[in-house]
Design a protein around this ligand. Structure first.
Ligand code: F6P
Length: 368
């Protein structure tokens, strides 16, 4: 590890879509930093906190965790996932659009005004990439902690929030199965996962689904129908089907939500089409949506959040900078941010153990 650093004060922020476990991670970073005798500034609403004038931040203390925040979903610091990082929310709730140059300048000023020696960024792939550029320009040390229910951050086997979201998908399937059984129905469950199907696939396996379609795996509509016919022929009159929101239609089109920029609607596509089959399938749709990002973190996410948060502080204490904390082959370690961010996202690969497991179960997950 690098030479010991003289750190006195660090910042911590959450960036990108929220998920369960963020507060546990914030607490872990703060507690571990207090142990080092450092001050911690919680930056509100991701970059907004440093860009807005007046800035939006809070000096953290142990009393912030005397209330049960760390057990809850969401983020006590607020976040931002507009995607347009130069569009900034002001303290009064209105937005201002800055040039990229002005944005970088204000970020640097913010870091300097707060006298931050380092910044711990709890974020997904997109926000970590942006934050890494900003921190480099501002000449402040950064340590990244991966979080996302999509579990698509390259370099880590698992990100904070993923396990809880998998549990939510599993729980939904458990609940849908009883109605499916009672009413002889095919239940289609649309889950999140913009470009990666980890959540859909793991949730489908844990929730004992029959079909799981994800963006990474080509599929054939007729094979979906065939699978449903096979289930019926076996004597079972109900079935569970999971589709990831980022899945394209058999015609190769993405389906967008009414806001025009997030995915949503592929489940409805299947319900409409399957209902028209001569088999008279009785099909119903459930869209889980942001339910998957909420709730109390499960033990796995809390442990991961504590492991990542405390490790991030130890890294800084040892003099390290510009690293991403990761879990690799069950081991807590770190990689250079620039390596981790070279690959845009980490998809479900053909040799993923989950793919093998699903196939062994006879689940239809697209082409063999
Ligand atoms: O990246 C996490 C994620 O939950 C995706 O799965 C989903 O497409 C997106 O965020 C939804 O974002 P928003 O909160 O903007 O609707």
């Amino acid at each position: 590890m690098a030479k010991k650093a003289q750190i006195k004060r660090i910042g911590v922020l959450t960036s990108g879509g929220d998920c369960a476990g963020l507060n546990t991670a914030i607490r872990a970073v703060c507690m571990a930093a207090f142990q080092q005798g450092w001050e911690v500034y919680g930056i509100h609403n991701a970059t907004d906190g440093l860009i807005a004038r007046p800035m939006m931040y809070k000096k953290m203390s142990v009393l912030d965790f005397a209330v049960p925040y760390a057990r809850l979903g969401g983020t006590m610091l607020g976040s931002n996932n507009t995607g347009v990082f130069t569009r900034q929310k002001k303290a009064d709730g209105s937005y201002e659009k800055l040039t990229e140059k002005e944005f970088f300048k204000r970020f640097k000023e913010g870091i300097e005004q707060l006298k931050l020696d380092a910044l711990v960024v709890i974020g997904g792939d997109g926000s970590t990439a942006i934050m890494s550029r900003l921190c480099k320009t501002a000449n402040v040390k950064m340590i990244g902690i991966p979080k996302t229910i999509d579990n698509d951050v390259p370099a880590t086997d698992e990100a904070i929030g993923f396990s809880t979201a998998c549990n939510i998908v599993m729980d939904a399937l458990d609940k849908l199965d009883t109605t499916a059984d009672s009413h002889e129905r095919i239940m289609v469950l649309e889950v999140m996962g913009r470009t990666a199907g980890h959540l859909a696939l793991r949730g489908a396996i844990a929730g004992l689904a029959d079909i799981c379609l994800i963006p990474e795996r080509p599929y054939n509509y007729d094979e979906v129908v065939q699978k449903l016919r096979e289930i019926r022929a076996s004597g079972r009159t109900h079935a569970l089907m999971v589709v990831a929101e980022g899945l394209k239609t058999p015609e190769g089109k993405n389906v967008y939500a009414s806001n025009g920029h997030t995915f949503g609607g592929i489940g409805q596509y299947f319900v409409n089409r399957l209902s028209e089959e001569p088999d008279k399938f009785n099909v119903r749709l459930t869209v889980l949506g942001h339910v998957q990002r909420g709730g109390s973190p499960v033990a796995m996410d809390r442990l991961l959040a504590v492991a990542f948060g405390t490790y991030a502080v130890r890294l800084l204490a040892s003099g390290a900078k510009n690293r991403l904390v990761v879990l690799k082959n069950g081991k807590l370690t770190d990689v250079p941010l620039r390596h981790a961010l070279k690959i845009a996202i980490s998809p479900v690969k053909p040799n993923d153990p989950m793919v093998k497991m699903a196939k062994s179960l006879g689940m239809y997950i697209g082409h063999k």
